[in-house]
Design a protein around this ligand. Structure first.
Ligand code: FAD
Length: 440
């Protein structure tokens, strides 16, 4: 069975910074998982999905990977009650194609539909509705787990609360998630009424976030990171609710264009990114209210395949933090001021207030406060030095970093972010590049 693992040099995470070859097996049937666990004994193992994590939490250079994306069957769907059971490699894209025509949607979705059910659980992902729905793990009713030391089991929040809490947000370290059953969210059509509101200052952002939390299911803001001085904190706030005005038409995935090469460096220079940000601000500012299909509202980046290649051959470093409510205003201002002063600019700076619904995972990232997600072209030490300065602000504020977006946080930053990390019920065989860095 060991020949099922093959060495591949085309396996990257979404940031495309780490480029080491990985040994990968791609099972098509669930009964192949136990033999693969046996074949991997002696080295370490990690199940992965579509590798939409940006850093090294979905890489395992010195061990083996199990690519779960071919274990993608829908096992059961109850369209009356909105309950879905599927293999862990099923993507959000294929799930939506099944459920939307029946009037259901995923309870929580990230900014891409190309993630798997297993990946969404193992990072306990959050979406634009965190203030209303909490994180993804809250909607998991049951899951099948295969461990190297305990074999197969079915977990529910009540059957084994400690292992369930370890597995939700558990970064694939508690075993292989074979399947999961989730509750879906009812929708009135496949369309949302989306309001776009430009804001000039961070104070205006806080006012909008507060005013929208009760009445809008989805909120998100884009901030122009290049703006400084009086323009510091200007951006575009978007808020939306599902509307009954439209059909239940699911998206299609066919024939979207792909970026065929790595972008040239000049596009990634501060003037290049600054010009993009100014243009983006002018284009969106004053756009008003419109009806949008969910594909456009939730997944605008999916329209361009491999858009991560626009960050050039050195890849990109994502940075996502959450700051607790008491410190959020000062810390978020300091983060933007530090970035603007450094003149290393982020294309996509997304700001969102999280609600206080508790996340079910021991290592869940989403928690009450405000989250800021940034992506920087990787300019090596210069970029890492800026991110270390951002770490200091986040740590002082009592905040946390998101492992799904990380390829560089120190072990002390990890421990501050997840103080209960040592209670994780790790499968002794499971490990990742991320885990060896932060927990060793
Ligand atoms: C454009 C874009 C937008 C995004 N927006 C958001 C967002 O809004 N909110 C958010 O929370 N995240 C967001 N993300 C991050 C993304 O949602 C997570 O990284 C997600 O976990 C990726 O799923 P995946 O299937 O690609 O998993 P991978 O990246 O392949 O793996 C992620 C983790 O899950 C584990 N894993 C995967 N499958 C299994 C399995 N079957 N059993 C056990 N462990 C498993 C892996 O070991 C790894 O630790 C975004 C990413 C991109 C590229």
């Amino acid at each position: 069975m060991s020949e099922a693992f093959v060495s591949r040099d085309d396996i990257f995470s979404w940031g495309r910074v780490a480029r080491e070859p990985q040994r990968v097996a791609t099972p098509r049937f669930a009964d192949q998982l136990t033999p693969l666990i046996d074949a991997a004994r002696g080295s370490s193992l990690l199940a992965v999905g579509l590798r939409r994590s940006y850093g090294d939490s979905c890489l395992n250079e010195t061990g083996d990977l199990i690519d779960m994306s071919r274990l993608d069957r829908i096992i059961a769907f109850d369209p009356l009650n909105g309950i879905l059971r599927a293999e862990a490699g099923a993507s959000f894209s294929e799930i939506l194609q099944l459920i939307v025509p029946h009037g259901w949607f995923l309870p929580v979705t990230p900014g891409t539909r190309f993630v798997t059910l297993g990946g969404a659980i193992a990072n306990d992902i959050h979406g634009k509705n965190h203030h209303a729905a909490g994180s993804f793990g809250r909607h998991v009713r049951a899951l099948g787990l295969v461990r190297s030391d305990r074999g197969r089991s079915t977990l529910t929040p009540d059957s084994d609360p400690a292992l369930f809490a370890s597995t939700i947000g558990g970064l694939g370290l508690t075993g292989i998630i074979e399947w999961a059953e989730i509750s879906l969210a009812k929708i009135d059509s496949a369309y949302l009424e989306v309001e776009t509101l430009p804001f000039e200052t961070l104070d205006a952002f806080w006012d909008l976030a507060e005013a929208s939390a009760e009445t809008f299911e989805f909120t998100i803001a884009w901030v122009d990171c290049f703006a400084h001085g009086e323009g510091l904190g200007r951006g575009i706030f978007r808020r939306a609710n599902w509307t009954p005005y439209g059909f239940f038409d699911a998206h299609r995935d066919q024939s979207w264009p792909r970026v065929p090469f790595d972008a040239p460096d000049f596009l990634l220079s501060p003037p290049g990114i600054g010009a993009f940000n100014t243009l983006y601000y002018r284009l969106l500012a004053g756009a008003g209210t419109k009806l949008q299909h969910y594909r456009k509202f939730f997944y605008p980046l999916d329209a361009l395949g491999d858009w991560n290649r626009l960050y050039g051959r050195n890849g990109l470093l994502q940075y996502q933090c959450v700051i607790p409510p008491a410190a959020q205003r000062d810390a978020i201002r300091d983060l933007f001021a530090t970035i603007a002063a450094d003149r290393q600019v982020s294309f996509l700076a997304m700001l969102k207030t999280f609600g206080d619904l508790p996340a079910p995972g021991l290592l869940s990232f989403a928690r009450a406060g405000t989250t800021l997600a940034l992506d920087f072209p990787n300019h090596g030490e210069k970029t890492r030095a800026l991110l270390a300065r951002l770490d200091a602000i986040v740590a002082d504020a009592g905040g946390a970093l998101y492992p799904a977006k990380d390829g560089r946080m120190t072990h002390s930053m990890f421990r501050r972010s997840f103080p209960r990390w040592h209670d994780l019920q790790r499968d002794p065989l499971m490990s990742s590049d991320f885990w060896r860095r932060v927990a060793a």
